[in-house]
Design a protein around this ligand. Structure first.
Ligand SMILES: Cc1cc2nc3c(=O)[nH]c(=O)nc-3n(C[C@H](O)[C@H](O)[C@H](O)COP(=O)(O)OP(=O)(O)OC[C@H]3O[C@@H](n4cnc5c(N)ncnc54)[C@H](O)[C@@H]3O)c2cc1C
Length: 473
């Protein structure tokens, strides 16, 4: 436990925590603490090396708001760092404590409080799959969710995620009023509840749990649709992109997923390889069941094949094609070849040319899967549909990764850097000044996930010169 600034939780505080949370909910055994201190940070070879030694001193499993209040109060009095944790599927080390102290495991605060009038109200630990399962019988479904939806919590999605399946219609979490309300607990000796409504709630969005603990939130839902899943295959990249872009931009076509996977990426998907021919580029779609015949006809008319369709089924559960898209693509690729890592890219309307340039400049080093989304028109309107990617990269070293990112910037490809655990280095378009102001207001002593908002001036635990340096730092 020798990482710089590491805060050990004293036995007096552990006793007090046990009294309010229950002895069985205060974890101090090293193996348990290690497991509950980590997320999918190992996706990045850089984070893997820099964060390996970082862990909490103890973990408290929280089952209710009352327990959370008492725990926060005790830890705030003691001046101990606290790092919230949902399901720990985040892939930037967001919930790995940099300075020891306590991990607060909120997965037990998982009540779905109501689903009414197109809004779900839930506690932060509620799993997205549980919300989807509860919403569908009432005629609603999530507007967007990450490919980790089976395990991921709604609080973790708001604090660490951005969008995913559904974003082709509803944009990302930050768009279109998708988040209605967030209730936060302050980090003080007498914790208060602060309610952020509508656009103000974005101040706590994608903040890596640094500016208040989410205790309840409201998301807007979409009317439920029966979704068929379809695989479209082609040896021609351009023909597949022509078809897929037209589907993505067709506003009359209800759809939840539009992903394109460049050959050889589909060869990594061992469990579903039997559903499509080898050596083909693929498009994975979720379209309304009522439109499946039409989409198939459009694909075939374009000279493409449709090797597999999975008809809608209830309840919707894994395995699903979306288990191979978004950042799950990276997971399957790393399973097949642990030298692979990734970037997160936003392309322009000239995305085909940008991909061609990247292939030409870094031959054999990058593989692309494209995720079409609505609204994130960072690089031009493109009929209000834009094209992002989580490109797979054969990792050589940090220098080469920097070269790739620099060239991306040169040709107009935006990179959200996944090789840092600092929210303000990750390149997302957050209003950091406002987020820092909220942190000052809600966490005046800087105890919440300290260090992750790197530019926040209050960090009582920092040891000068010892903050881990990541790519770009
Ligand atoms: C294979 C794979 C695929 C992925 N695909 C996607 C994707 O499609 N889209 C996407 O957006 N993300 C994706 N992710 C990232 C991640 O899975 C999602 O963002 C997920 O929603 C995080 O939820 P979680 O419960 O696991 O959060 P955690 O990892 O537990 O936490 C994430 C952050 O939120 C904070 N936090 C957790 N709970 C609270 C709370 N109650 N209050 C305040 N802060 C809190 C934590 O401190 C941490 O900083 C993927 C990751 C992996 C490994």
């Amino acid at each position: 436990m020798s990482s710089p600034g590491f805060v050990t939780v004293t036995s007096d505080l552990l006793d007090a925590l046990s009294a309010v949370a229950g002895t069985e909910n205060v974890i101090t055994d090293p193996a348990g603490v290690e497991t509950l201190s980590k997320d999918y940070y190992w996706y990045s070879p850089i984070l893997r090396e820099r964060l390996e030694e970082r862990r909490a001193s103890a973990v408290v499993k929280i089952s209710s708001l009352e327990v959370l209040r008492d725990v926060v109060s005790l830890a705030a009095k003691a001046g101990v760092p606290m790092t919230p944790r949902g399901a720990a599927t985040g892939n930037y080390g967001q919930c790995i404590p940099l300075y020891g102290g306590l991990v607060l495991d909120l997965s037990g605060m998982d009540a779905i409080l109501s689903i009414a009038d197109g809004v779900v109200t839930a506690e932060p630990g509620a799993r997205l799959s549980a919300i989807e399962a509860a919403a569908r019988p009432k005629g609603w479904e999530l507007r967007c969710y990450p490919s980790t939806w089976v395990k991921a919590s709604i609080g973790g999605f708001i604090s660490g995620g951005s969008g995913g399946i559904g974003s082709i219609t509803w944009g990302g979490l930050r768009d279109d009023g998708n988040i209605k309300q967030i209730k936060l607990l302050t980090i003080e000796e007498s914790p208060r509840i602060v309610v952020l409504e509508e656009s103000e709630s974005l101040l706590a969005f994608h903040a890596y749990g640094t500016n208040g603990i989410i205790i309840e939130l409201q998301l807007r839902l979409a009317p439920a649709v029966p979704w068929d899943q379809m695989i479209v295959a082609s040896r021609s990249w351009d023909a597949l992109l022509d078809f897929t872009q037209a589907i993505a931009e067709d506003a009359t076509l209800p759809k939840r997923l539009v992903s394109v996977l460049e050959d050889p990426i589909p060869s990594y998907f061992k469990p579903i390889r039997k559903f499509y021919p080898a050596d083909h580029h693929l498009t994975f779609l979720e379209v309304a069941s009522s439109k499946t015949a039409e989409v198939r006809a459009r694909a075939e008319a374009a000279g493409l094949t449709v090797p597999h369709v999975i008809p809608h089924h209830e309840p919707r559960r894994a395995p699903m094609l979306s288990d191979y898209t978004w950042n799950h693509t990276t997971l399957w690729a790393i399973k097949a070849d642990d030298c692979i890592t990734y970037l997160q890219s936003g392309f322009g309307v000239n995305y085909r040319e940008q991909i061609r340039l990247l292939h030409a400049r870094f031959p054999g080093e990058m593989m692309f899967h494209l995720e079409f989304v609505r609204g994130a028109a960072r690089h031009g309107p493109m009929n209000r549909v834009s094209c992002g990617s989580i490109p797979l990269v054969r990792f050589k070293d940090e220098h080469r990764l920097k070269e790739i990112i620099a060239y991306c910037t040169e040709i107009g490809v935006f990179t959200a850097n996944p090789h840092t655990c600092y929210v303000d280095e990750a390149g997302r378009a957050n209003d950091f000044e406002q987020q820092r102001a909220l942190k000052h207001r809600l966490d005046p002593k800087g105890l919440l996930n300290p260090g992750k908002m790197k530019t926040h001036p209050v960090n009582p635990f920092v040891v000068p010169g010892s903050m881990p340096q990541f790519l770009f730092a």
